[in-house]
Design a protein around this ligand. Structure first.
Ligand SMILES: [Zn+2]
Length: 416
């Protein structure tokens, strides 16, 4: 795991990248781009690198939709040949993931040259990939450096910027969920990392007008936030600081689209819309007093193993084993441990409500998201009511984490 990633976000990032390569004697590069990112930045970068005397080959990915899957892994490997090269991902989400994957498995390094502030995964080590039809995050490595050019990033389609903002907005939920996980499920939590991600998120909110206008100041704040979030995950060695209920819901829907061969929806666009639902859950938590919660918990019955199995089979055919393994600790809670957990919720209700106050209201979150050009409800992204319902009902099963949605599914505290 690297934690000395060279980060530059500003004007003339290509000059910075060239200097970085020259200083480290990285003279043989393999650029990876698609047709859009080649036009937006790849071609100019390639020309500059060659002019600087650097051997830069280009792997140009084509196709309707570029996703991190075998087809593209193999193409980039073949384009690179057997010479040792340093890869440069010229693009955002998928191109970075493809490049991260191939560079890792060919014992090479890579550099990230993002073309949109659309996602917080640039600095991370995991490559979310689709392998034999299933989505999984393959642990690879983080880049040697990230070079974000403000002119390039500001010129990206606003939808991409809104996606990055949606991914950041989700941190309010993710950070609250992390506190909940520590309080109720003994999950390890790091306050310093938590604070870093919180500050980065607040800074994006402070620049919401500029982000909506894609001004250099706004894009700089957003990009800084996304990078900080990525570094937070790297420091925690987990996605926990940056991913909670909202990412589970988004992940569920993403798998649905994949399985049914439907067009992808940008990661942060889904996350942003799901964040508003999760913010609604926290709003509900703020409204319930301890007496009401005690009454609800008194009649709550522990879900049986059969119930879990049935739900997992219904919601996640094909990956039942994996989901089951994630949930095993919840499924195998003894009767008395379940009662203890109930008591813990009641005893700590004031603290849980305090956690809930750290999440802005869904109305506030919607306003911000709209300002950034995002979409505030999942139905507008083409999901049916039934699909949304399923995502909200089952996605808590995807991780062994105590997120706010567990209060609902484990104890029947209706948050919808
Ligand atoms: Zn994300």
């Amino acid at each position: 795991m690297r934690n000395d990633i060279h980060i530059y976000v500003g004007p003339d990032a290509s000059d910075q990248l060239i200097r970085f390569c020259q200083d480290r004697k990285l003279n043989t590069l393999m650029l990876v781009a698609d047709e859009n990112t080649y036009a937006a930045a790849g071609q100019a970068l390639e020309t500059k690198l060659k002019a600087a005397g650097i051997d830069a080959k280009m792997s140009l990915l084509t196709g309707e939709e570029i996703i991190a899957t075998e087809r593209y892994f193999v193409q980039v490997m073949l384009d690179a040949g057997r010479y040792k090269r340093t890869f440069v991902a010229v693009g955002s989400g998928s191109i970075t993931d493809i490049t991260r994957f191939v560079s890792y498995f060919t014992h090479s390094d890579f550099i990230s040259y993002p073309t949109a502030a659309s996602v917080d995964g640039f600095t991370g080590a995991g490559a979310p990939s689709v392998i034999v039809g299933f989505k999984k995050t393959v642990m690879c490595h983080s880049p040697l450096g990230v070079f974000g050019d403000l002119d390039v990033l500001s010129a990206a389609p606003q939808e991409m910027t809104a996606s990055g903002f949606g991914d950041m907005l989700g941190k309010y939920v993710a950070l609250a969920d992390w506190r909940l996980g520590e309080l109720l499920w003994n999950e390890p939590r790091d306050e310093t990392i938590s604070q870093r991600v919180k500050v980065a998120t607040d800074r994006c909110i402070a620049r919401i007008d500029e982000i909506g206008q894609a001004s250099p100041e706004g894009i700089q704040a957003l990009m800084d936030g996304l990078i900080e979030s990525g570094l937070g995950m790297l420091a925690a060695n987990s996605s926990r600081p940056a991913s909670g209920t909202e990412h589970q819901v988004s992940h569920h829907l993403e798998m649905k689209l994949l399985q049914e061969n439907r067009p992808a929806v940008l990661h942060g666009i889904k996350v942003g819309a799901a964040s508003i639902i999760a913010a609604g859950y926290y709003e509900k938590v703020r409204q319930l007093d301890q007496r009401e919660v005690s009454q609800k918990l008194e009649i709550a019955e522990q879900p049986t193993r059969e119930q879990y199995l049935q739900e997992i089979k219904t919601a996640y055919p094909g990956i039942e084993e994996k989901v089951l393994a994630e949930q095993e600790q919840f499924i195998s809670l003894s009767g008395s441990a379940y009662q203890d957990l109930k008591q813990r919720v009641i005893d700590n209700w004031a603290e849980i409500q305090d956690i809930a106050t750290s999440v802005p209201s869904p109305q506030q979150m919607s306003n911000w998201l709209r300002q950034a050009g995002g979409v505030t409800n999942l139905a507008a992204l083409g999901f049916s009511d039934e699909e949304i319902d399923e995502a909200l009902t089952y996605s808590h099963l995807l991780r062994n984490r105590f997120n706010v949605n567990k209060l609902w599914h484990l104890f029947g505290i209706d948050l919808a």
